[in-house]
Design a binder for this molecule. Structure first.
Ligand SMILES: Cc1cc2nc3c(=O)[nH]c(=O)nc-3n(C[C@H](O)[C@H](O)[C@H](O)COP(=O)(O)OP(=O)(O)OC[C@H]3O[C@@H](n4cnc5c(N)ncnc54)[C@H](O)[C@@H]3O)c2cc1C
Ligand code: SF4
Length: 365
């Protein structure tokens, strides 16, 4: 119960009062707790930046309630909206999508990240409890916001995927990570993933996954990690080769940097992601230069040596760019406009900074 108490210090009180649906759930990411411990940083929590910072980040009731528009209901917009509303401001939250959550709706589909759904369950409940006016299917523009007469506007519009300048990037075999994870486009049996950041790893896990996720079934988890819960062997592990189910697919995970693939992943979780893909026989290549994509596949060189990957699908996970069009348009309107989350800085797996930034800003408004 250590991490759940960081995620929500009111866990026990809420449970006792029958308000389980208001508990902010630990999503087992380790990003602000154990990763911080093992890198000499102050511990906190991705879903609750107040954890261990209670005297610095204070949600004091406001004396002068404002009308605030928040555009984008991803983690940043949700974090801002709930803190501002908790302090007594009147918040209207817009999102063009059919559901709240932004990119967390992609993350929650990745095997092992199912608990991300809990963050959205929590926010959906808090939107009701705090009386936040939510408008889904509502892609707002600058004119609508100007007409709304808001005291403050907060732009949390997120990102757009970066498209690398490679010859043949518009070839029919090329799809984005969004299409792959939402299964909007078919993925073939030999696949190259361009980009081995956190999202590249998640995409590889997603397309190689078969059967029940180990995060949802204790027996599958024990089999995948060689754990024996019954006989209590030394260290809890059987010493036998772990049994891993895998989709019938050959996957190449490529990165341009010459550092080891997966080096930038979380300190305490990165090794599990790497091992999971190694066991699913993913071929990880670094020092890759992309030349072109055509009917034969993806033409690359690896540390200078030319090579053809005869793949039938190329999935692009080549980073993200901040989506700031709306913010730029509002800049000269004379209105008070702030920018948070991925729209402020696009950095792949970065909900920790998004929620943290949103919470501090909402604590001051
Ligand atoms: C597969 C995957 C796995 C991930 N795993 C992790 C992880 O393990 N850890 C981690 O920290 N991060 C992870 N992330 C990244 C994390 O989801 C992002 O850092 C976070 O979602 C950024 O939050 P945001 O609110 O700034 O933007 P977003 O989540 O992108 O939300 C932006 C929202 O704005 C809406 N919007 C845009 N324009 C408008 C408009 N004009 N009007 C109305 N609405 C608009 C969009 O519909 C969207 O809902 C993952 C991302 C992906 C894709
Ligand atoms: S940082 Fe992640 S793992 Fe750690 S307590 Fe918070 S939600 Fe849980």
């Amino acid at each position: 119960m250590a991490r759940p108490m960081l995620a929500d210090a009111e866990f026990v009180n809420k449970a006792r009062e029958g308000r389980e649906d208001e508990i902010n759930t630990c999503i087992a990411c380790n990003q602000a707790c154990l990763d911080h411990t093992f890198t000499g940083q102050e511990v906190s929590c991705l879903v609750n930046p107040r954890a261990c910072h209670e005297t610095l980040l204070r949600y004091v009731p406001t004396n002068s309630p404002k009308r605030i528009a928040v555009v984008g209901a991803g983690p940043a917009g949700l974090g801002y909206a709930t803190v501002a509303a908790q302090r007594g401001h009147a918040v209207t939250l817009f999102d063009g999508a059919a559901e709240i959550g932004g990119q967390f709706n992609l993350a929650k589909r990745v095997p092992g990240k199912e608990e991300f759904y809990e963050t959205l369950r929590y926010y959906a409940r808090m939107i009701k409890v705090l009386d936040i006016e939510l408008h889904l299917h509502t892609s707002v523009d600058a004119a609508q916001l100007r007409a709304g007469n808001f005291d403050e506007i907060v732009i949390a519009t997120g990102i757009e995927p970066r498209v690398p300048q490679v010859q043949g990037i518009d070839h029919s075999s090329v799809i984005s990570y969004i299409d792959a994870i939402l299964e909007r486009k078919p993925v073939g049996s030999t696949v190259a993933i361009m980009g081995a950041g956190g999202i590249g790893f998640d995409v590889a896990e997603f397309i190689l996954h078969k059967g029940t996720s180990a995060a949802l079934d204790l027996d599958v988890f024990a089999r995948e990690w060689g754990i024996d819960f019954e006989h209590h062997p030394r260290g809890g592990v059987t010493g036998m080769e772990p049994l891993v189910e895998k989709a019938d697919r050959e996957v190449f995970l490529l990165q341009r940097k010459s550092t080891p693939v997966g080096r930038g992943l979380g300190k305490t979780t990165g090794w599990t992601h790497r091992l999971s893909l190694v066991r699913r026989e993913v071929k990880m290549l670094n020092g890759v230069e992309y030349h072109k994509i055509d009917d034969d596949g993806l033409h690359i060189s690896v540390n200078g040596a030319p090579q053809l990957l005869a793949v039938d699908t190329v999935i692009v996970c080549a980073g993200q760019l901040p989506l700031r069009t709306l913010y730029d348009e509002l800049q000269d309107s004379g209105m008070r406009v702030s920018l948070i989350g991925g729209a402020y800085e696009a950095a792949e797996l970065d909900a920790k900074r998004a929620i943290n930034q949103a919470s501090y800003l909402a604590a001051m408004v």
